[in-house]
Design a protein around this ligand. Structure first.
Ligand code: SF4
Length: 570
């Protein structure tokens, strides 16, 4: 088959030329011998072609490249107009064409490659914690033999920290990328699509360094002062002010196709500043794989969460998809799968019409299903949904045909192991004797809320969800976030440390030696270590100095443990 090659630069602009009538025309190379990046078969100007893409570095090319938006309003030949129509559906593929099934946009870096100093080098206290870094160093040595929690003995108060807590690799990578971008491009305007991660302290710090958000986590467009604009045509919306050389960082949750296409059309380079976590991308790859085999994607996730929205939008490019919030919705869908043909459509429209891909057909699109999930949900909940559909499919089609109708993901889920490790370590730490449990993280952080739920099941109202030390009002009062499905969280003032409880008496009425107050502390995947240490310091302030051991002595003790573990490991 004959081939055509189109040239794009790194800003997603198409190479064009002017014809004699001063209209823009396509700049196609026919039957090139150097084709590498296959796009698709295209039928153009009454002929079939294999279409390839060639990439040019912006800095070296003297050629004329135009953005998609500029081409739309420019005078152009009919041939170019029809070509643009043909390749418009491929805009995202063109941008990421060099990646194959085993490549990731932003792979986790190993220890040597990582650049943590980029956000620690200016005494930024939210990232600094000697306590947490020593605990994590001990954990790394012991990783293979134990996930026991660590107890920090401050005398009157003890803190129990699970073996795994806080920043995951995806978040660390995204933060490093943001700080590196600020450092490397001082002359360019830098934006984030929305919150880089779900932590207000990290986002505010980046904001102070000049980064601006294009939109809220709910997708509302913002102006330069961070205020939501009512009308998307409003010129003050930052989206409407983007220029070719601007940088837009895509957060760890990824971005919807609509947002990516909007950026591509404006000539914004995508993959260079795409901080999508590779575990989120792994879910997208799983969707591509099962969709190619004809399975409909069922996404277990919160429909208002950015990651679920991005995953849903990604799934649409491969086939039918639908979002399920929980096991109750899974059972509703199950009743539709089992319902007679004449009842399916009505039931489906009643419950899922706003949660599915356009044109979803419940008669045919529910015959082969595959479950994926928002990476940070509780493992048990996703497993429960997968098990439910397994039983249902066996009932409907028989065990022998199960794999024909339910995608068999080898691991049973597409959860993030970082979240899982934090959850498992927390469950282990909760098995000790505790007076309170504090879960620290952004109040809109899904994985932090999952950690809180684990604590609340064990400790009830002694488990508190906080963002920072600012939530601790006094020794006996704490402001706890009540998480809501809509994301509009409220605060609840609760009793905190009851000093009376920590004093017991002997039978003769003499006071026993005071028992230390025991507080479990963990942080969600977007919680910087510095905030954990600030919470510890704030609580310590409530205790008389003479009843407390110093931070230095606790650190010395931790370093001794570290040295001991190192010597055991040779
Ligand atoms: S929680 Fe998991 S999926 Fe989310 S950013 Fe971190 S590593 Fe990636």
């Amino acid at each position: 088959m004959p081939t055509i090659t189109l040239s794009f630069d790194l800003n997603n602009r198409l190479k064009v030329k002017k014809d004699k009538a001063n209209s823009y025309d396509s700049c196609i190379i026919y039957d090139s011998a150097e084709n590498k990046n296959f796009l698709d078969k295209l039928h153009w100007q009454n002929k079939d072609y294999d279409c390839y893409i060639d990439y040019h570095s912006n800095h070296t090319s003297p050629d004329l490249f135009l953005t998609w938006d500029a081409l739309q309003s420019a005078e152009k030949t009919e041939a170019l107009t029809s070509l643009l129509d043909l390749i418009e559906p491929y805009l995202i593929n063109i941008s990421y064409l060099k990646f194959n099934q085993t490549d990731y946009v932003y792979r986790f870096r190993n220890k040597k490659e990582r650049n943590t100093q980029i956000y620690k080098n200016d005494r930024n206290i939210i990232y600094q914690s000697q306590l947490c870094s020593t605990i994590k160093a001990i954990r790394r040595i012991k990783e293979k033999i134990s996930n026991d929690p660590i107890t920090l003995n401050f005398g009157a108060v003890e803190y129990i920290l699970p073996s795994h807590f806080g920043f995951c690799l995806g978040v660390q990578n995204a933060i490093e990328r943001a700080y590196e971008t600020i450092a490397n491009y001082p002359d360019r305007r830098i934006y984030m699509l929305s919150e880089l991660i779900h932590n207000p302290f990290v986002n505010n710090d980046l904001n102070k360094r000049g980064l601006k958000y294009l939109q809220t986590d709910k997708g509302q467009w913002l102006d330069a002062d961070g205020k939501a604009v009512v009308d998307m045509s409003d010129i003050s919306a930052l989206w409407n002010q983007l220029k070719l050389n601007d940088i837009v960082i895509i957060p760890a949750f990824g971005a919807t196709h609509e947002d990516k296409i909007r950026l591509i059309k404006k000539g914004i380079s995508l993959k260079e500043f795409d901080a999508t976590c590779m575990l989120v991308e792994k879910v997208w790859k799983a969707i591509k794989k099962h969709s190619e085999e004809g399975f409909t994607t069922l996404i277990h996730g919160k429909y208002y969460h950015e990651e679920t929205k991005a995953t849903f939008s990604n799934a649409l490019s491969y086939g039918p998809a639908l979002i399920l919030a929980d096991i109750e919705e899974a059972k509703l869908l199950g009743s539709i799968i089992m319902a007679p043909k004449e009842a399916k459509r009505k039931l489906f429209d009643k419950h899922f019409i706003n949660r599915c891909s356009p044109g979803f057909n419940p008669d045919t699109d529910l015959e082969k299903i595959a479950v994926v999930n928002q990476t940070t949900l509780l493992r048990n909940l996703t497993i429960e949904i997968i098990n439910y559909f397994r039983e249902l499919i066996i009932e409907k089609y028989g065990e022998a045909n199960r794999r024909e109708h339910l995608w068999d993901n080898e691991k049973g889920d597409t959860l993030c192991y970082a979240t899982q490790v934090n959850q498992d370590a927390l469950i282990k730490a909760l098995s000790t004797d505790l007076d309170h449990a504090l879960v620290i993280g952004g109040k809109n952080s899904s994985n932090t809320y999952q950690l809180y739920q684990i604590c609340a099941r064990q400790s009830g109202e002694k488990a508190h969800y906080i963002q920072s030390e600012a939530n601790i009002q006094s020794i006996d009062t704490i402001n706890h976030y009540v998480y809501s499905q809509s994301g509009d969280n409220t605060e609840q003032t609760r009793p905190f440390i009851n000093t009376e409880l920590s004093t017991e008496t002997h039978a003769n009425g003499q006071p026993k030696q005071k028992k230390p107050v025991r507080i479990l502390i963990t942080g969600g995947a977007s919680c910087p270590d510095g905030i954990i240490q600030q919470v510890i310091s704030k609580i310590n302030e409530f205790f008389p100095k003479e009843e407390l051991r110093s931070m230095e002595s606790v650190l010395d003790e931790l370093n001794e443990i570290k040295e001991l573990e190192e010597s055991k490991n040779g």
